[in-house]
Design a protein around this ligand. Structure first.
Ligand SMILES: Nc1ncnc2c1ncn2[C@@H]1O[C@H](COP(=O)(O)OP(=O)(O)OP(=O)(O)O)[C@@H](O)[C@H]1O
Ligand SMILES: O=P(O)(O)OC[C@H]1O[C@H](OP(=O)(O)OP(=O)(O)O)[C@H](O)[C@@H]1O
Length: 202
């Protein structure tokens, strides 16, 4: 049995579609159930940001999560396979017409991706103030909470509709299949078999 933590929403749905293609049967969470057990798999329906936590602690052998979320958590996990779904980037958002002013003594940034933003500026040896938010990040610069934001951009439509422009990209991200280190050694054959089957449907 392999236990796999999936992030609620479209990435989970698309991952289960891949399993359907690879194994020829349907995998669907029933109503409000958070566990789906079928044909040797136990899928867990968890919050996006909790996926690495379940895998790190061994409550799940495997997980599916965006590289950006993985980078934020800084856990020691194995990246097994790029599933090539949930493609987007982590980028700056600036008020239309403004540029990132690297000469300013202190830039204030609002973001859900605190560590990614912090690392970016550490590499430039710049002092920044980071304000952690949990959603609707694009609102923050419009009401003077910050100078700019760091957020997920897929189509760029959310920024555009809120008077922001997409600035420099910090990282590209896609959903990856990740593994707990102990599970990887203990269940190597099962895991490699799954990886090979999923790889055919990328
Ligand atoms: N257009 C998109 N918007 C947001 N996230 C995307 C998009 N495309 C892909 N992703 C991936 O999905 C992840 C975010 O998923 P979701 O929006 O469900 O997360 P969240 O709002 O941070 O989580 P939660 O709702 O659990 O708080 C991102 O971190 C990224 O890896
Ligand atoms: O470039 P786009 O295609 O417009 O997509 C990007 C938007 O989608 C995400 O928000 P989400 O819907 O997850 O809401 P939240 O982060 O504000 O909770 C992300 O935080 C951006 O706001």
């Amino acid at each position: 049995m392999l236990t796999i933590a999936l992030p609620k929403g479209r990435i989970a749905d698309e991952t289960l579609d891949r399993f359907e293609k690879a194994f020829g049967e349907k995998f669907v969470f029933e109503d409000r159930k958070l566990i789906l057990e079928k044909s040797g798999f136990k899928f867990l329906n968890v919050r996006n940001q909790d996926v690495p936590t379940y895998v790190m602690h061994g409550a799940a052998d495997l997980g599916v999560v965006g590289l950006d979320v993985l980078e934020e958590k800084e856990y020691d996990l194995i990246k097994l396979l790029d599933l090539k779904l949930g493609r987007c980037k982590v980028a700056f958002g600036l008020r239309a017409g403004e540029k990132l002013n690297f000469d300013k003594s202190k830039i204030t940034i609002a973001t859900k991706h605190e560590k990614i933003a912090k690392k970016y500026f550490e590499q430039k040896a710049m002092a920044v103030e980071i304000i952690k938010l949990y959603g609707s990040i694009e609102l923050a610069p419009l009401v003077g909470l910050c100078d700019c934001i760091v957020d997920i951009v897929e189509t760029g439509e959310t920024m555009k509709q809120n008077g922001l422009e997409v600035g420099p990209t910090i990282m590209e991200t896609t959903a990856h299949l990740i593994a707990n280190k102990n599970s990887f050694y203990a269940k190597k054959d099962l895991i490699f078999d799954l990886k090979d089957k999923l790889e055919k449907y990328l």
